[in-house]
Design a protein around this ligand. Structure first.
Ligand code: HGY
Ligand code: MN
Ligand code: MN
Length: 404
């Protein structure tokens, strides 16, 4: 085992057990819940070990600084930001998010061991609620920092137990922080690949070119709750029928457009075996390579659902809960890093905090090979050797950006 692989495994083993479900092997690391709070404490301890002061932004995001936190910004020397998120989807994989944070601390170690002294601060970030698995809006922390979501809307977002984001955070989120954002000259996020392109390319690391436009839409269907045994079929206004048709329509319309549509979350009231539902709420996750394709997909699904609702005598309300436009990463930066690393350049259909920050500062992503290509599942994987290669690549990128 190489020294780098050993160092990776040593640090990785410190967090691997945190939030892991013994039954599924997946992770239950919802934002600001006990497992994620433990990971945030681990983050602070790692920063302390490295003499990196940790600052917050009042939104739940953490920033560990190698260099003077007060430098940077328009008057000073811009800091180079790296990092990712700790939170997971339910029973998610080990690497989605935490790999970017562990790799960032190890990249700092690599640079220090090589005697590198950056002229810009290097900052390791842990963004809160990237998955939106608890409060429903993905990249909540980076959207707050950049002002892409209103702080009052964020404060009022509630989890399944009715706890608001503000209550979980312990304060009303501070919202946009242009002064802090202005201290950063660039952001580089390392992330496990959520696909198999690097397996096919036989390469351990890639640079990202773009993120597909994508979003989440809530389909609320209201009908008439009634008795399953005494209500004639002809007399029913059953929202479950409209919902089932909508799911099949989403599948068909996505296939027709070579796009991606998923309905994986549903809430039924009263959710009883012997009661026709009064309401069924489903969430559509839709993504496509081009904005107009995505718009066409969502409109087609909405129209099909509305047509079926008329037949079923149900009422449909569609609400967009979040949207991320097409993200094209800074082409000059991507090409520069791909040349530096001799790495392939890949688009992705997965959203990231880098996708939010890309609209505000030069931003790049590095992907680390995932042999299964599976993500948002316990089957997500990465080898220690490839993760160590990712650390070396990130260290080279940080040196390239922070030493000039
Ligand atoms: O959903 C996504 O694309 C990301 O993993 N949050
Ligand atoms: Mn994810
Ligand atoms: Mn992620």
């Amino acid at each position: 085992m190489s020294r780098g692989t050993g160092r990776f495994r040593e640090l990785w083993d410190e967090i691997a057990p945190i939030g892991r479900d013994a039954g599924s092997g997946g992770y239950l690391r919802y934002a600001l819940t006990a497992p994620e709070l433990r990971l945030r404490e681990w983050f602070r301890a790692q920063a302390d070990l490295r003499g990196m002061p940790v600052s917050g932004d009042g939104n739940g995001n953490l920033f560990a600084w190698w260099g003077d936190p007060d430098s940077g910004g328009p008057a000073g020397v811009g800091a180079v930001l790296t990092g990712s998120h700790f939170d997971s989807v339910p029973h998610g994989g080990a690497y989605d998010g935490p790999l970017g944070i562990v790799s960032a601390f190890l990249a700092v170690d690599e640079l220090r061991a090589a005697g590198v002294t950056p002229v810009r601060p290097v900052v390791v970030a842990a963004f809160v609620e990237e998955e939106g698995a608890r409060f429903g809006v993905p990249c909540l922390g980076s959207r707050l920092l950049t002002g892409e979501i209103d702080a009052d809307r964020a404060a009022g977002l509630r989890d399944a137990a009715g706890v608001s984001f503000a209550e979980a955070l312990g304060q009303r989120p501070a919202g946009a922080d242009p002064a802090l954002l202005g201290r950063f000259a660039a952001f580089v996020e390392l992330h496990v690949e959520q696909g198999r392109a690097l397996v096919d390319a036989d390469a351990p690391v890639a640079v990202a070119s773009a993120i597909w436009p994508h979003g989440r839409w809530r389909f609320e269907l209201r009908g008439e709750g009634n008795h399953a045994g005494t209500t004639r079929m002809a007399d029913r206004r059953d929202p479950m029928l409209t919902f089932a048709f909508t799911v099949l329509a989403a599948n068909k319309e996505a296939r027709l457009r070579d796009a991606h549509a998923t309905v994986a979350r549903v809430a039924v009231e009263p959710n009883a075996t012997n009661a026709i539902p009064s309401t069924v709420t489903g969430w559509l996750d839709a993504r496509a390579a081009a904005p107009e394709t995505l718009d066409g997909l969502v409109e087609a699904v909405r129209a099909k659902a509305a047509e079926r609702a008329r037949r079923d005598g149900t009422e449909l309300t569609v609400t967009r809960e979040s949207a991320t436009p097409l993200v094209t990463f800074d082409g000059g930066l991507a090409d520069r890093l791909a040349g530096l690393l001799a790495a392939p350049v890949l688009p992705t259909g997965a959203g990231h905090d880098a996708g939010v920050l890309a609209a505000h500062l030069p931003t790049a992503m590095l992907f680390v090979r995932n042999p299964t290509g599976v993500s948002h599942s316990p089957a997500e994987s990465a080898t220690d050797a490839d993760c160590a290669a990712g650390v070396v690549a990130l260290a080279r990128v940080l040196e390239e950006l922070a030493c000039h």
